[in-house]
Design a protein around this ligand. Structure first.
Ligand SMILES: [Zn+2]
Length: 233
């Protein structure tokens, strides 16, 4: 895999180095390039990214606040470990936040919101049609995220949306491990497409109770699959 991180840092020279280092490090943590549970050597990271130690340390502090790294005594950092217990906890939190955001978005949804959901749904269905075993690859997961983002786009609480993004980033660490070991998508293509279609229809029909029940099932099933295949080791 070509590492575009340092190149992105150079291109992002107009942005603050801290923000650019944060972006790259977050991606490394999510994709497992910085492996869960591993101690992070800040000097190595500095060498890898070619930015100052203070920018890296500040980025690390932000990542610690978001739960992607754990700060240790004497300014050390460890990539946040993953575990079955953490996945269960994370899923519970995601369901709560997702249901709140979806309910609020449905109450505020307008015609543009509906159009965006339908557009993202079709893009996702097209990608997934390329084959069920590709359903968990990064571009498909990015489009899955775009669809789910569209559903909650009109949620009025920025704090909830921020929490939601943070929880999503943490759950991506599990999904990435899943795709890396090359397991075929155990959820049939048809099931996931049906899930998405049902969620879309319930949201557009402003049936909030049904939409939140479906989204709960959708998130819990994804976690159950990861637990079943023993992804957390
Ligand atoms: Zn989905």
């Amino acid at each position: 895999m070509v590492d575009a991180g340092p190149e992105r840092l150079r291109r992002g020279a107009h942005r603050s180095l801290r923000a650019a280092a944060y972006d790259v490090l977050r991606e490394y943590l999510i994709t497992g390039r910085l492996a869960a549970g591993e101690r992070i050597n800040l000097v190595d990271v500095q060498r890898m990214l070619g930015v100052g130690l203070s920018a890296i340390r500040e980025a690390m502090c932000q990542l610690a606040a978001e739960g992607l790294v754990v700060a240790e005594e004497q300014c050390g950092f460890v990539a946040a470990p993953i575990s079955a217990q953490d996945l269960v906890d994370l899923t519970t939190a995601r369901v709560e936040v997702e249901c709140f955001a979806l309910r609020d978005a449905i109450a505020r949804g307008d015609l543009l919101w509906e159009e965006r959901i339908i557009t993202e749904f079709h893009k996702l269905a097209e990608l997934r049609a390329a084959g069920p075993n590709r359903a968990l690859r990064a571009p498909n997961r990015a489009q899955d995220m775009a669809f789910h983002d569209a559903l909650v786009a009109t949620c009025g609480s920025q704090w909830m949306l921020r929490f939601r993004r943070m929880l999503y980033n943490s759950s991506e660490r599990y999904a990435e491990r899943y795709s890396h070991i090359g397991v075929l998508d155990p959820v049939s293509k048809r099931d996931a497409d049906e899930d998405h279609r049902a969620i879309m229809e319930a949201a557009i029909a402003r049936d909030a109770d049904r939409a939140v029940a479906l989204i709960t099932q959708h998130l819990e099933e994804a976690a159950r699959i990861l637990l079943r295949i023993g992804i957390t080791g």
